[in-house]
Write a protein that binds this ligand. Structure first.
Ligand SMILES: [Zn+2]
Length: 340
């Protein structure tokens, strides 16, 4: 009995010691870091800082909330930014999938580039003056946070499925052809489509946002494999506008290659693998506008190993991945303006 008391006392001391360390650590659970990649808190702070520094052309809005009630922040970039002008809307999304950290930083850095170069770059000024660009770099903030704090390779959102499993694949939860091939009804699966179309608050927010905005073009960034993909994903049949979708994708691939020589392969999404209920198929079915999944670096010519990054792209590749994707995004915005 004496020994038991002693043991309990020792356990108590060890517990207090460990708790004390974790609560005083700068990068504890309340303030995680992802190195040079942006965390949710950093995206929140930096988008607001950009909008405050460039308030004539940039404003930040919460377009809605996640399962765990984090804001889905979007920055609007346009002249007369407070007004809803009769200009084409172009939307850039990042981070439907939590572990795809580079898909946050590329659209964020595009937003930063646009506002910081508006005064000095005539192309940027023309695009910003003649369109309304909405950029939401982290549409799965709960999943991203979990990927930073707990499981680097987490993919889904953080829905409690009620059976000990968590998460719905947001890029299988859109309603168009929901439940088709390339999605799963198994809650354990990484491509679990959810219990119903648009069952998730994140996809409901994105659905309502796109219906309200009626974008003329959209890019949803992912990684990895270096691909530019367009509808359809749910079937091998070609989309009605296949020639247009392909011609734009080919130009974007050319522009990407011209920066650092990286090959991004363009094509119909299903030629890679079938996927049903994704963002691109839904928006293309709704509005018929050019909609793309861009799978960023690295290439998938090798399978990920301990020495090969896969989703975990080295920090040194953040800047060049942004640099090569910038002209492709600018081209798509320019294309949307030309359609008026
Ligand atoms: Zn993805």
């Amino acid at each position: 009995m004496k020994y038991l008391k002693y043991l309990l006392l020792m356990l108590f001391i060890v517990f207090i010691y460990l708790f004390g360390i974790s609560s005083t650590c700068d990068n504890g659970p309340s303030d995680p870091t992802a190195g040079l990649y942006h965390t949710y808190a950093e995206i929140d702070a930096e988008l607001h800082a950009l909008a405050s520094s460039y308030s004539a052309i940039a404003s930040v809005t919460s377009i809605g909330e996640s399962v765990e009630q984090r804001d889905l922040w979007a920055i609007k970039i346009s002249d007369n930014v407070a007004q809803d002008e009769d200009e084409p809307v172009v939307v850039l999304f990042g981070c439907h999938h939590a572990r795809e950290w580079i898909s946050v930083d590329v659209p964020f850095l595009i937003a930063k580039y646009l506002v910081e170069n508006y005064a000095s770059d005539t192309l940027v000024a023309r695009l910003v003056n003649n369109s309304e660009i909405w950029i939401a770099p982290m549409v799965n903030p709960d999943g991203h946070q979990y990927s930073v704090t707990s499981d680097r390779l987490w993919r889904k959102n953080r829905r409690n499925n009620g059976n000990g499993t968590f998460g719905v694949d947001l890029n299988r939860n859109y309603s168009y052809q929901w439940g088709g091939p390339g999605s799963s009804g198994d809650t354990y699966s990484d491509i679990y489509r959810g219990p119903a179309p648009f069952s998730e608050p994140e996809t409901q927010v994105l659905r309502d946002f796109m219906q309200q905005m009626s974008p003329k073009a959209m890019i949803s960034y992912h990684n990895f494999s270096q691909l530019i993909l367009y509808a359809w994903g749910y079937t091998y049949s070609p989309a009605p506008d296949e020639a247009l979708l392909d011609s734009i994708a080919v130009v974007m691939a050319h522009k990407i290659r011209s920066v650092h020589g990286k090959d991004y392969t363009s094509g119909q999404a299903s030629t890679l693998y079938l996927a049903s209920g994704d963002t691109v198929d839904w928006l293309y079915a709704l509005l018929g506008v050019p909609s793309y999944t861009i799978e960023l670096r690295p290439t998938s010519s090798l399978r990920p190993t301990s020495s090969y990054p896969g989703f975990e792209l080295p920090e040194s590749e953040i800047q060049p991945t942004f640099e090569e994707n910038l002209p492709a995004a600018l081209f798509l915005i320019d294309w949307a303006i030309d359609q008026l």
